[in-house]
Ligand binder design. Structure first.
Ligand code: ARG
Ligand code: ZN
Length: 870
């Protein structure tokens, strides 16, 4: 049954203290739990109910008295003890089977029965698969955890908090106790047990606490943890400097696993990571992988304050911790590297993933009003759009105002489970302003449009800029009031100078960039002392997550592409030109000339950051361009993108070739700060050189593949070769596999490259790859490498004969029996089915229909299918 936000009630029963004892074993683990429970006096009639799923109850007693089956009720959701009242102590002993847990929620086994290790994943509702508990985020308890296991098989025993003793037991067993002084919700519980190596470092906090930092991994990966450790120390320092937040335990442990459904998890003092986001090494990881590790390490670390110390009242508030933490992570990465580049990457992600989600049947508000399965809400909307809302607040308040607001938020809500309203109130109160109109951003689904029309009056030297917003057409929420949209803007003169901005009525100009908040349907800004018709540079730094619909000419865009001082807006101008050309089937001479000249000028600008240049030269993602069509026809999308790419490759050929050769001669394969930017440009050049399959490109790709000094270069070359196909592709794939056969993460890349090959017969390739011994259906990374990639493949997934949909659907069905969350995530790939041309639309619909009629479906998959078809 759906859960509704407006049904929220404070917990009738809470847990003050919990003592857990684990007798760990992969086949059978026993969990003894002692809960100190307290009933809310205002809910004196409420029976004691504890969540519990797939638990075998061995023993139960209340206040020291054993209960008989007549004293309690057990069902598939949990345990009810009707006669409990007031303050009670409940003791339960249950048995669970970690090695049969393929859903990877609760306690499970990573790796083989003989050599693997045990670990947990509890967010959102996995703790109820470990023991009976009030498994909701607003019940905060102090945990003491005793772990017992065979010493040889499970030498390392970890849990949350600080270590609190360890010792030997008879029969080759040992124990370790952990005590977490900070009350926390059950979703932050974690334990790890097994054969793991670690690296160690230390960090002294601004408060003078010496923290022992450890990263644990299996022996063959321990050499790849240094980058994560560096990132962790940078994150700890940054949070102190930028937000005044210091770490609060004596130890901080991170563990890497290859078996993880999501990216990573912020369990208190014991973060657990998908190895993909923790391990990094120049020979096996790309520059992008290095950046992801830094970002995810920071993200999970920052959760210690935004998520753990201040947690969420209920799961509707998920973005309160996720959106805010993504924002903090983005700012950290911007400070560590290039700010405008980071912003471009984040905007790309938002447009590609979140706008698509917001435009289809899975659209939901950043704070939804109801859900069937909360695990299906770990989405681009909750994370990325949520971060954009926080960014708008930060832009509107300014740096110091935002910091004041955050300080008050932490001061007021430390140790509490908070709401989005609490957050807005703290930011507003600290700045003596009312931010409650931002709540609409949390309540409305869909992407609002922002339009801008400018009019220059030469006689009065005034420029009238009308800004207006249009709510999304698919608006689901009751709330459709106008949104507050911070618009950062500058005005450029034709010579490339920015105009000092003075509004009519103001005495003096103040700066060349200003932020205006559009909080009505429409408003007109009148600027004075504008000496020539200006080109508006709007939404600078992409100051609000809206779909821009600006009335500017191709020549205006070319000016911004050339002269805008904001790198993000230069990039947005290039993207806008490319999008217009896509719309015009690459047949609009004025726009073509503007784009070609603009890109050529950028290539000739020796001062330009090579990474920014690489972004300027890149087309919008296929999925963004596809959205431009009234009905998506993959063949049309593919043809237009191909024509656009070939035009760029042809017009810039000499420049691209020269640049590639120069960068390639300089390549050292280093991690050094500026090397990744150069590699990015070099590999975009290689991509362009190979786009027409001519020998000059292919020869360079072969040469780069043979002589690559780092994974970034070898993978980029492999992609080009595989796209071209034929013998060189086969040869390179075999060589790559031979070189990396024992590295699971590199094999994921090898699988993904093949699933991405733009050909209809890639479907057969994928099918054959699943038969290999090094593919595992129960490993999410392997499954995502093949199937997330396949779902983005216009040629294979969207094959006109429907074979792609049928095969993909069959795989989703198979995966649902193994890991429902993985199946649900994959099934979401069908979400845009209604946007396709009639033939494919019918094929996708019938596959969705077939799936929803299956006799056994997980709640996770059913939820996605129902919403997709609704
Ligand atoms: N809180 C984790 C993060 O840092 C994500 C965990 C999601 N897990 C899940 N099963 N839905 O973003
Ligand atoms: Zn998170």
């Amino acid at each position: 049954a759906p859960v509704y936000l407006h049904d929220y009630r404070a917990p009738a029963w809470s847990v003050r203290n919990v003592a857990l004892e684990f007798d760990l074993d992969a086949a059978q683990t026993e969990v003894l739990a002692e809960l100190e429970l307290q009933q809310d006096p205002a809910q004196a009639d409420a029976a004691l109910f504890l969540h519990g799923e797939a638990l075998e109850l061995l023993e139960i007693s209340l206040d020291g008295c054993e209960l008989s089956p007549a004293d309690y009720q057990l069902d598939a959701n949990g345990l009810t003890v009707p006669h409990a009242r007031g303050n009670v102590r409940l003791r339960t002993r249950v048995r669970i089977a970690p090695e049969l847990n393929t859903a990877l929620q609760g306690l499970y086994l990573s790796g083989s029965h003989e050599a693997g290790f045990l670990l947990t994943q509890c967010e959102a509702e996995g703790f109820r698969r470990i023991t009976f508990f009030t498994d909701r985020p607003d019940v905060l308890a102090r945990y003491s955890v005793m772990l017992r296991a065979d010493r040889a098989r499970y030498p390392v025993l970890l849990a949350n908090g600080n270590p609190d003793g360890a010792g030997e037991l008879p029969d080759g067993r040992h124990w370790a106790r952990w005590l977490d002084p900070h009350p926390k919700p059950s979703y932050l519980f974690a334990l790890v047990a097994g054969k793991l190596e670690h690296i160690e470092d230390h960090y002294r906090t601004s408060e003078g606490r010496d923290v022992c930092l450890r990263i644990y991994a299996e022996a063959n990966a321990i050499a790849q943890c240094d980058h994560a450790m560096r990132s962790l120390k940078h994150s700890m320092r940054w949070d102190e400097e930028k937000f005044g937040r210091a770490y609060d335990l004596d130890v901080f442990n991170i563990v890497a696993t290859h078996d993880f459904t999501m990216g990573a998890m912020e369990n208190k003092g014991l973060n657990i990571f998908n190895a993909k986001y923790l391990l990094a090494n120049m020979q096996t990881s790309t520059d992008a992988d290095f950046a992801h590790v830094e970002a995810v390490v920071a993200h999970e670390y920052f959760h210690n304050w935004t998520g753990n110390r201040v947690t969420c009242r209920d799961w509707f508030q998920l973005s309160l911790k996720e959106g805010l933490t993504v924002y903090r992570e983005q700012e950290f990465c911007a400070d560590m590297g290039s700010r405008s580049l980071k912003r471009i990457e984040d905007v790309q992600t938002l447009w590609r993933a979140q706008f698509a989600e917001d435009a289809g049947p899975l659209a939901h508000a950043v704070r939804p009003e109801h859900y069937l399965e909360i695990n299906n809400f770990y989405t681009a909307t909750i994370y990325e759009k949520g971060a954009e809302i926080v960014r708008m607040l930060a832009v509107a308040l300014g740096r110091d105002g935002f910091r004041r607001g955050m300080d008050l938020y932490f001061a007021r809500h430390d140790g509490q489970a908070a709401t989005v309203e609490d957050f807005l109130a703290a930011l507003g109160d600290a700045n003596k302003t009312d931010l409650s109109n931002y709540l609409s951003w949390y309540r409305q689904a869909g992407t609002p449009r922002l339009s801008a029309n400018g009019r220059y009056d030469a006689a009065t030297r005034t420029y009238h800029l009308q800004l207006s917003q249009q709510v999304a057409s698919i608006l689901l929420a009751a709330d459709n009031s106008p949104l507050p949209i911070p618009v950062a803007l500058s005005l450029y003169l034709p010579n490339g100078d920015a105009v000092p901005l003075r509004l009519a009525g103001e005495v003096a100009a103040s700066g060349i960039e200003r932020v205006f908040v559009l909080d009505r349907d429409s408003m007109t800004l009148v600027f004075e002392d504008v000496f020539a018709p200006p080109v508006p540079s709007l939404l600078r730094g992409y100051s609000a997550p809206v779909l821009p619909q600006f009335d500017v000419s191709a020549d205006d865009l070319a000016l911004l592409l050339r002269a805008d001082s904001d790198g993000c807006n230069r990039w947005m101008a290039a993207q806008a030109l490319m999008t217009r050309l896509f719309d015009a089937d690459v047949n609009d001479a004025t726009t073509l000339v503007a784009m070609n000249d603009g890109l050529a000028a950028a290539m000739d600008d020796a001062t330009l950051d090579p990474a920014l240049l690489a972004q300027l030269l890149s087309l919008p993602a296929d999925s963004i361009l596809a959205e431009r069509l009234a009905e998506i026809d993959p063949d049309v999308v593919h043809a237009r993108i191909g024509a656009l790419e070939k035009n760029i490759a042809m017009v810039l050929h000499a420049r691209v070739l020269a640049r590639y050769d120069a960068l390639s001669a300089d390549e050292t394969g280093a991690v050094e700060a500026r090397a990744p930017a150069r590699r990015r440009l070099k590999n975009r050049c290689l991509d362009l050189l190979c786009s027409r399959n001519d020998a000059a490109g292919i020869v360079r790709a072969l040469n780069q593949f043979e002589n690559a000094r780092c994974m970034t270069d070898s993978l980029a070359a492999l992609v080009c070769l595989v796209r071209a196909g034929g013998e060189p592709a086969e040869h390179a794939l075999a060589a790559f596999h031979a070189r990396h056969a024992d590295d699971a993460l590199v094999l994921d890349k090898w699988f993904a490259v093949q699933a991405a090959r733009p050909h209809a017969d890639t479907l057969d390739t994928v099918q054959a790859l699943t038969e290999r011994a090094d593919f595992r259906w129960n490993n999410p990374n392997k499954v995502y490498a093949l199937f997330m990639t396949l779902a983005r493949n216009l040629h294979a997934f969207h094959r006109a004969d429907g074979a792609g949909y049928a095969y993909f659907g069959a795989c989703v069905q198979r995966l649902d029996a193994i890991n429902p969350q993985v199946a649900a995530r994959l099934a979401a790939s069908f979400k845009e089915w209604r946007r396709y041309e009639p033939h494919r639309r019918a094929l996708m619909q019938s596959e969705l229909q077939r799936l929803i009629e299956l006799p056994t479906l997980s709640p996770d998959l059913r939820d996605i299918l129902q919403r997709a078809l609704a």
